[in-house]
Design a protein around this ligand. Structure first.
Ligand code: ZN
Ligand code: ZN
Length: 304
């Protein structure tokens, strides 16, 4: 897990988040060339390539990101790929990775899933906002892990007791079947988890399933103050993006309102938890007395 850092609007790098479900015939070869291309541009980040498509988040100076977008758009497979943007720095990612995987988001479900033909209906941010504004009868499900939703979520969203996406099939059985006849809207960070998540819901018999197109990223860029509460968790060194002034999280030790994630100072424990500045000092970033007494070795120390 990344260390705590609050993203700043004025930071110098542009960060892109994107995916496309589209056939990539020779993923290994594509991966090889794509890595070279990204390095040439001076980008850093993480990209997964599979036979089914691409899922990436990269960052770089604005010109490098714009050149990347333009080059991708030249390829008919990615001509209409949606790029979500935010700000970051050269510290947002440590390196540039491009890797071949069998799935873009690992669920390991026993049946094949085709988001292009079996997924939920895509709804735009405006449509979700209307559902709220007009007080429609709908169930909104946060398809992310619980620790992501703990610092920010849509109003009234159902948060799953989930630590890893692979648990979704089991969680649906345990927590969600009671909503299968309702109008259901799902959302996640940038939309990709909902692509297979809604396929799963439909296979389980859900009748009316929609997914928020472009995810939270796209929505909060349009409506930062409407129906979204708190921060947006991101899977890089920034940890979270501040969206509005609501604070949903609570300090692990004292319960004060706070949304700042750190990892326990004891490297062997490394527990991820929210901690307020006062408790960070008092507990030396530890989750317990035992861990507080085992500070991180100097070479693993972090910026505070
Ligand atoms: Zn505290
Ligand atoms: Zn600990």
């Amino acid at each position: 897990m990344p260390e705590g850092h609050r993203a700043n609007e004025n930071e110098a790098w542009k960060i892109l988040l994107y995916y496309q479900y589209v056939e990539i015939e020779n993923p290994e070869e594509f991966t090889y060339h794509h890595l070279r291309f990204c390095k040439q541009l001076g980008l850093k980040g993480r990209i997964l390539i599979s036979k089914l498509g691409i899922n990436g988040t990269v960052g770089g100076p604005d010109e490098a990101c714009d050149a990347y977008i333009e080059a991708m758009r030249q390829d008919p497979r990615f001509a209409d790929m949606q790029f979500k943007t935010s700000r970051g720095s050269d510290k947002t990612f440590k390196k540039m990775f491009v890797r071949t995987r069998s799935e873009l988001v690992t669920m390991q479900y026993h049946e094949p899933m085709d988001p292009n033909t079996e997924g939920g209906k895509h709804i735009e941010p405006e449509e979700l906002k209307n559902l709220y504004d007009q007080d429609e009868d709908f169930v909104i499900i946060d398809m992310r892990n619980k620790y992501e939703a703990d610092i920010g979520k849509f109003k009234n969203a159902i948060v799953l007791d989930m630590e890893n996406w692979k648990e979704l099939p089991e969680i649906v059985e345990k927590e969600l079947m009671k909503y299968k006849d309702k109008k259901v809207v799902t959302y996640c960070t940038g939309g990709i988890r909902c692509e297979t998540g809604t396929v799963l819901l439909k296979k389980k018999g859900f009748k009316d399933v929609s997914q928020l197109h472009g995810g939270i990223h796209q929505y909060v860029q349009k409506f930062p103050e409407d129906h979204w509460e708190g921060e947006l968790y991101v899977f890089d060194e920034r940890v979270s993006l501040k969206i509005n002034d609501k604070v949903l999280g609570h300090c692990f030790h004292c319960e004060t309102s706070c949304s700042y994630y750190i990892n326990c100072t004891n490297v062997e424990c490394n527990k991820m938890m929210i901690m307020c500045p006062a408790c960070r000092d008092e507990w030396n970033d530890g989750c317990s007395k035992e861990c507080s007494a085992k500070p991180r070795p100097k070479e693993l120390a972090r910026d505070r």
